[in-house]
Design a protein around this ligand. Sequence first.
Ligand code: HEM
Ligand code: HEM
Length: 188
Amino acid sequence: MPNPVRPARYGAVAQLLHWVIAALIVVQFTLAYLADDLPLGVRKLALLARHKSFGMTVLMLALVRLLWRATHAAPELPARMNAAERLLARGTHLAFYVLLFAMPLTGWLMSSAKAYSVSWFGLFTWPNLIAKNERAFELLRDVHDDLSVALLVIAVLHVLAALKHHFWDKDDVLARMLPRGSSKGGST
Ligand code: HEM
Ligand code: HEM
């Protein structure tokens, strides 16, 4: 049941999901760029295998997060934010939710189109979503790459906005996404 009362801060589960996923996104870019610099070989494939495992973990966590978000209200944006700032904040958050699914799904589809298996840390293998198709692979790789640039740009905007709220506006937007102690508001 959605909570009709808007809480003053994000709850522990929402915070945990936010920071674990944020850390995994950093891991994803690091692994992908390290792999990108290597010639095709065992080392590159090992880095990409890890990239795929962590990427599929993001997909699972994004699903949990979306369900959690749909059933737990988020805090209100500060009253002093104007209409343009609100639109930017909501647009950024929405784009993040879309990309948290679109990144892993295009990756998974890309690997399927190449008939490269997607293992989850060697524990099990995800099924291929589509048949082998070189043209589809190239297209999906381009989409995956382009979306990763969009994700990077949005993440930079998001971090700058969080820092602006904290150091410039001096409101509790950052504090309410951090564990207790730094926020003025109550918790859910
Ligand atoms: C949140 C999840 C993910 C993020 C943020 C992410 C990000 C990236 C980035 C930044 C690159 C490098 C792009 C470039 O070369 O410019 C990349 C490449 C790649 N990703 Fe992902 N990825 C994610 C999930 C996945 C998943 C789930 C898979 C597969 C199951 C996957 C498969 C690949 C592959 C195979 C490449 C190398 C493509 C090539 O040959 O250039 N990714 N990813
Ligand atoms: C790339 C990694 C990140 C992703 C994908 C991400 C995603 C999100 C999303 C989707 C929300 C909205 C939560 C909701 O209402 O459901 C959010 C909120 C927030 N994020 Fe991030 N985030 C990332 C990194 C960061 C970092 C590094 C910081 C801090 C510098 C940060 C600070 C915040 C804050 C303060 C909020 C709360 C905004 C509010 O109260 O309206 N995030 N983030």
